[in-house]
Design a protein around this ligand. Sequence first.
Ligand SMILES: NC(=O)CC[C@H](N)C(=O)O
Length: 241
Amino acid sequence: MSSKIKFGVIVFPGSNCDHDTYYVLKKVFAQDVKFIWHKESSVGDVDVVILPGGFSYGDYLRPGAIARFSPVMNDVKRFAKRGGKVMGICNGFQVLVEAGLLPGALLRNASLRFVCKFVYVRVENNNTLFTSLCENGEVLKLPIAHGDGNYYVDDETLKKLIDNGQVVFRYCDKNGNVIDEANPNGSVYNIAGIINEEGNVLGMMPHPERCSEPVLGCTDGAKIFNSLIYSLSLAEEFLSK
Ligand SMILES: NC(=O)CC[C@H](N)C(=O)O
């Protein structure tokens, strides 16, 4: 496996996981990473765009509702449309939904409280770029920290998401049982992460960048970044032959 994958981490005013994401990709996974200020008109020459966690525009109005108008978002849409890989983590997921790159909405947590803790999610589809090194049914332990993580989608779209394998992660207990008690925010169908129909845009509420090295007490997040890096490197190797 040859060259490095080029990541771009978008920085909105109020992003606060941009540096964690940059650090993890650069230092833990030894990939190429650059920050992309939200006022840029282009994401430039990158393989993957990451929309990081945080409180873009202070979560005013609704999380992600203002960030979606940032100039760079036009190019993120263009990039995604032509197959570019996009990953939204927490606030990034909220921005992707507001921008219409993923279906549904992220509502206030059912508890009306900010929830910050480790949760378990079950991998529902390992046939994605982001989960290729996971098993179907595998349980990952990941941290969440959000006030608006309550994923909502109408019944018809939910059925489509399920039928198409677009539900990638669901909140579960540590044995992989998807139960109400394991749902930290009231998300419909215990959804913690989804992918678009084309398979190149992923949004997830948990933070893999906060649990990708042993010093942080958990390394399950690394499985997601490693899957992505592995999948893209394989594709690159294949195309170069
Ligand atoms: N960790 C984050 O990205 C926070 C997400 C978001 N602003 C919320 O509180 O819902």
